[in-house]
Write a protein that binds this ligand. Structure first.
Ligand code: GDP
Length: 335
């Protein structure tokens, strides 16, 4: 079955809770839209595979991107970090000859210092992020995928690199041969993540347009999470991060090329295997929709403004509700 906005998606209908799986910048744009539309009914489960320790600080780049984006204080000029930033700390660090490959703004630094302090005093990352979200006036829940450490390692032509060394220090230049998630097999999803995915009033699960290999796969690698998505009795819908064969930003297409995967929305659907009930693709890829098969919603997916984010969020929710209306148990048919 195919659907488009014109095919009668009802943008007002459903009720209940929504879980969104999300990485950093790309995913956070849709999470922002969803948060504007459904507020406290949204739980964002965020990748922590990119987390690392730097200068003695515990840094969670994707969680912080989601926090700043939903809190309305993301730095739109830079495309990362927080707005209204100053760089005195970095200047002083450079002066001392310290490691300056990872940029930490002064205001951003406060988050890392406080998180490190709280976690070393025994608080969980989940608990810390709950307070941080409240302090930023965010009604939606922002949950790390796990409170246990999972570390994305990238096997490259330059050897095995911790994710941030590959992504920031080496600017994704080395060729990627594979990706592993150290610690994932032993990690537990938090009770909050398990509860969100099994909420009795769950409306749907949305996989944001994040990098499937680097941002979503680590979440699915936490034991139990993939199984819950697989068994979900509510629609599981993804938004493709590929528009017209290119990624809006970041190394998604470069990595797909290097791993021998075509840079198409069809490949994204196939990558998620039997998890999806539906896929949202961009209008420039409309012709691909028929090839993918299953429930496809075609719409502009490039989110430049807050209004774009909110509009796409409403459409994705409408698509979820449309699928829910005729959901046959286990009728996963995309890819
Ligand atoms: P990262 O962890 O900061 O790299 O962010 P994500 O993994 O969440 O997002 C990266 C992906 O987001 C890339 O594949 C981009 O193509 C995709 N992306 C970014 N902005 C948009 C957008 O406006 N629309 C769509 N469809 N994808 C986007």
């Amino acid at each position: 079955m195919k659907a488009s906005a014109k095919d009668g998606i009802d943008l007002q209908s459903g009720k209940g809770r929504v879980v969104a799986l999300c990485g950093g910048v790309g995913g956070a744009k849709l999470a922002f839209g969803l948060s504007r539309v459904i507020g406290s009914d949204l739980t964002v489960v965020v990748n922590t595979g990119d987390d690392f320790e730097h200068l003695g600080l515990l840094i969670s780049p994707d969680l912080d991107t989601v926090l700043y984006t939903l809190g309305g204080i993301a730095n739109k000029e830079l495309g990362w970090g927080r707005a209204d930033e100053s760089w005195n700390f970095m200047e002083a660090l450079r002066h001392l000859g310290g490691e300056a490959w990872f940029q930490l703004g002064d205001r951003d630094l406060a988050l890392h210092v406080e998180r490190t302090h709280q976690l070393r005093s025994g608080r969980s990352l989940t608990d810390f992020m709950r307070t941080a979200a409240e302090r930023h006036g965010i009604a939606s829940k922002i949950l790390p995928m796990s409170d246990d450490p999972v570390r994305t390692m990238v096997a490259t032509s330059a050897g095995m690199l911790p994710f941030q060394r590959y992504f920031v220090e080496q600017r994704c230049a080395p060729e990627v041969n594979g990706i592993v998630f150290d610690g994932a097999a032993a990690a537990l999803p938090s009770t909050e993540v398990l509860a969100a995915l099994q909420a009795p009033d769950l409306r749907g699960i949305i996989i944001c347009p994040s990098n499937p290999f680097l941002s979503i796969d680590p979440i699915l690698a936490v034991p139990g999470i993939r199984k819950l998505l697989d068994a979900a009795q509510v629609p599981v819908v993804a938004v493709s991060p590929i528009i017209g064969g290119v990624a809006v930003k970041g190394p998604t297409v470069k990595i797909m090329d290097e791993l021998g995967v075509p840079a198409t929305s069809r490949a994204i659907a196939q990558h998620y295997g039997g998890l999806l009930h539906g896929l949202v693709i961009d209008e420039v890829d409309a012709a691909e929709g028929a090839e993918i098969g299953g429930r496809i919603h075609v719409t502009p997916t490039l989110m430049k403004s807050d209004e774009d984010r909110e509009r796409l969020a409403r459409e994705v929710l409408g698509f979820v509700d449309m699928i829910a209306a005729d959901l046959q148990p286990r009728a996963k048919a995309v890819g």
